[in-house]
Design a protein around this ligand. Structure first.
Ligand SMILES: [Fe+2]
Ligand SMILES: [Fe+2]
Length: 245
């Protein structure tokens, strides 16, 4: 599964994980994340697969943005475990094959806080825990758990939010069919500036084929190189992307 390279001057090993494409020098941290994902998989295979795809999309987004390696690694790990808090949600809600009642929805909305509580016990995962806590915040402040708005939402949480929505729309769920990629593109476009950071939504739309097109969904492959070029090029560029190299 993992290929190990030479130890550096500090004795840390460079290695590559074939599962998640992470390149870390902290094997211990990476193993910890893998164990957490495995725990979720035992409970809810659908959410675990979803988390892997969101992790891949987030990592590609960060790399294309030219974010520093340590920032990319933190966001990548957070994307892998963003829904870990669902481990604390009762089966009757988590595995329900029908629309949730308002009370069940309220229970499900606890998952970012539960995830934060799980991860924040480990000091090395502080940055990861913050992103997990805020991955359901919305750019306009109408999200949860804290109703943060705009750039008060951690950058990683804004990136995960876009990738999470794309996977939720394109992937099949127990109770819903997957959405056509073109409709998904339109949803991201229409909600840029309300749900999503417009800079990040714009960036993902501009690089759709590289970020989303390579993700393999179980029932179909989204890759249609250039298929969204016309639509994405009609998206007006937002304010200067000062975060993006
Ligand atoms: Fe979530
Ligand atoms: Fe999710």
């Amino acid at each position: 599964m993992m290929e190990f390279g030479a130890a550096d001057a500090n004795g840390a090993l460079d290695f590559t994980c074939e599962t998640c494409t992470t390149k870390q020098t902290s094997k211990l941290l990476h193993d910890l994340i893998q164990s957490i994902v495995s725990a979720l998989e035992a409970r809810d295979p659908h959410t675990a697969e979803h988390s892997l795809r969101v992790g891949d999309m987030a990592e590609r987004t960060c790399s294309l943005m030219g974010l520093p390696d340590d920032v990319t690694a933190t966001i990548h790990m957070a994307a892998h475990v963003h829904d870990i808090g669902k481990i604390g949600i009762p089966d009757r809600v988590l595995l329900r094959n029908a629309r949730l009642t308002p009370a069940e929805h309220a229970l499900l909305r606890n998952h970012p806080r539960i995830g934060y509580d799980i991860l924040s016990g480990c000091e090395s995962l502080d940055g990861v825990a913050e992103i997990v806590l805020h991955h359901h915040e919305r750019w306009d402040g109408s999200g949860y758990p804290d109703g943060l708005a705009g750039e008060r939402i951690p950058l990683g949480a804004r990136i995960v939010a876009v990738c999470d929505s794309i996977d939720a729309m394109l992937g099949k769920r127990l109770c819903k069919k997957s959405m056509a990629p073109r409709e998904c593109v339109q949803e991201i476009f229409l909600n840029a500036g309300s749900m999503y950071d417009p800079d990040i939504a714009w960036f993902v739309l501009k690089h759709w084929d590289a970020i989303v097109g390579r993700v393999e969904f179980r029932d179909f492959i989204v890759a249609e190189p250039g298929a969204y070029h016309a639509l994405c090029c009609s998206v007006p560029a937002p304010k200067a992307l000062d975060l993006i190299a």
